[in-house]
Design a protein around this ligand. Structure first.
Ligand SMILES: C[S@@+](CC[C@H](N)C(=O)[O-])C[C@H]1O[C@@H](n2cnc3c(N)ncnc32)[C@H](O)[C@@H]1O
Length: 370
């Protein structure tokens, strides 16, 4: 998609690409933020951008050298793609991890409000920690996603919180005069029935209770004989890996997730001696025919979008990396009808459990790819 900004044309793409033409690389809330900062003359590294999913803001504003908080592996790839494509320098020294200590004296924070309010609070906490006393934060959202909690959270951190009028169905909340930072512990712990303590940073899937679908898969888990190498694909807080490790303490356990706060949560949850953590959005880094067992409760939502393409790509990876004798077990919403996709990748796909909402598939005999 092409956008014109300050008489220059930029082509901004999604990563990974999508065949769904209704999914866009930015929306009016991003444009609103752009408009607000258009005439600001800030020194380099004094602007901090948070939750810029595909790098729209950091690419168009690159001459201001903003710092950017990147929380997803796929978000890093999108930044590289769009900055390269638009001849903006890819400067990784401007990237911040959500758990790093962010630089001080930031003058302006720009945030696209995430769907998770816990994550919004966490980001605001971190921004406010880094903000100069007279700094300002602009938080943008599409009006249909507004919840009063956004204002409540903003007021925990700032004396002045004002909303603009709506523009193209988006709005911006301006926050200034930061308050003293409240004391908070952002890691939420959940104890499972079998005594595992799950650790969850904000925004991690099922951070308050074990997800019903994950539980269904674990209740019907099949473990092939002599299993040595296991992958928890889209591992979140590590609930599946931790449960399997109770039964297979000697196995090599691999966990892969695209969300850095999920990855860091799982490192706190799972402490097996043979665990390997892969912060990635695909399985390209694994050798073919490697795993005896792959389990997954794969994503089909991101924020407010529904998109099964991510899962289908992970299924291809699972088929390539599963041993001929291995098992791939997936749980998913019944209505997604994943069987039609799985049978193209595995010769034997069986439904082993289900309820009115979810189905557990066991896939055997990966079909070699041409
Ligand atoms: C439905 S949750 C399941 C989490 C965990 N396995 C559980 O059962 O609670 C899906 C997970 O997929 C992750 N995810 C999203 N896109 C991904 C991708 N491209 N590659 C790997 N993980 C991804 C999300 O961060 C999330 O943690």
């Amino acid at each position: 998609m092409i956008v014109e900004y300050k008489k220059k044309r930029f082509r901004i793409k999604r990563y990974p690409e999508t065949g769904n033409r209704s999914l866009r690389a930015w929306n009016a809330a991003d444009e609103f933020l752009l408009d607000i900062v258009a005439d600001e003359n800030l020194a380099p590294r004094k602007m901090l951008i948070v939750n810029d999913r595909f790098g729209f803001l950091s690419t168009l504003l690159h001459d201001k050298e903003p710092l950017s908080v990147l929380s997803y592996h796929s978000q890093e790839q999108a930044h590289i793609l769009n900055q390269t494509e638009n001849k903006a320098p890819v400067d990784e020294s401007l990237w911040l991890n959500p758990l790093d200590r962010w630089p001080e004296n930031i003058e302006m924070g720009l945030i696209k409000i995430p769907k998770s309010m816990d994550l919004f609070r966490f980001y605001l906490h971190k921004i406010s920690q880094s903000l100069a006393a007279d700094g300002v934060v602009y938080a943008a959202f599409m009006t249909r996603f507004f919840t009063p909690q956004m204002v409540t959270i903003a007021k925990e951190y700032f004396e002045y919180v004002e909303q603009t009028k709506a523009w193209k169905k988006s709005r911006v909340m301006a926050m200034s005069k930061k308050k003293a930072l409240p004391q908070r512990d952002f890691v939420h712990q959940v104890k499972t029935e079998n005594g595992i303590v799950l650790h969850n940073y904000p925004g991690v899937f099922a951070s308050r209770t074990v997800d019903t679908a994950s539980r269904l898969l674990l209740d019907h888990l099949q473990i092939p004989e002599n299993t040595q190498r296991v992958l928890d694909l889209a591992s979140g807080n590590g609930v599946m890996a931790a449960t399997i490790l109770k039964r297979l303490p000697e196995a090599e356990m691999n966990l892969l997730d695209d969300f850095s706060l999920a990855m860091e949560s799982s490192k706190l949850t799972v402490d097996g001696k043979n665990c390997r953590f892969h912060y990635n959005d695909n399985m390209d880094g694994f050798a073919p025919d490697y795993f005896d067992l792959i389990v997954s409760n794969p994503p089909f939502h991101f924020e407010y979008e529904t998109n099964i393409e991510i899962s289908l790509n992970l299924f291809k990876g699972a088929s390539r990396c599963l041993k001929a004798t291995g098992l791939f077990q997936v749980v998913a919403n019944r209505h997604l009808n994943y069987k039609t996709h799985l049978v193209k990748l595995f010769s034997d796909v069986t439904v082993v459990a289900g309820d009115d909402k979810f189905v557990v598939y066991v896939c055997r005999q990966p079909i070699p790819m041409g």
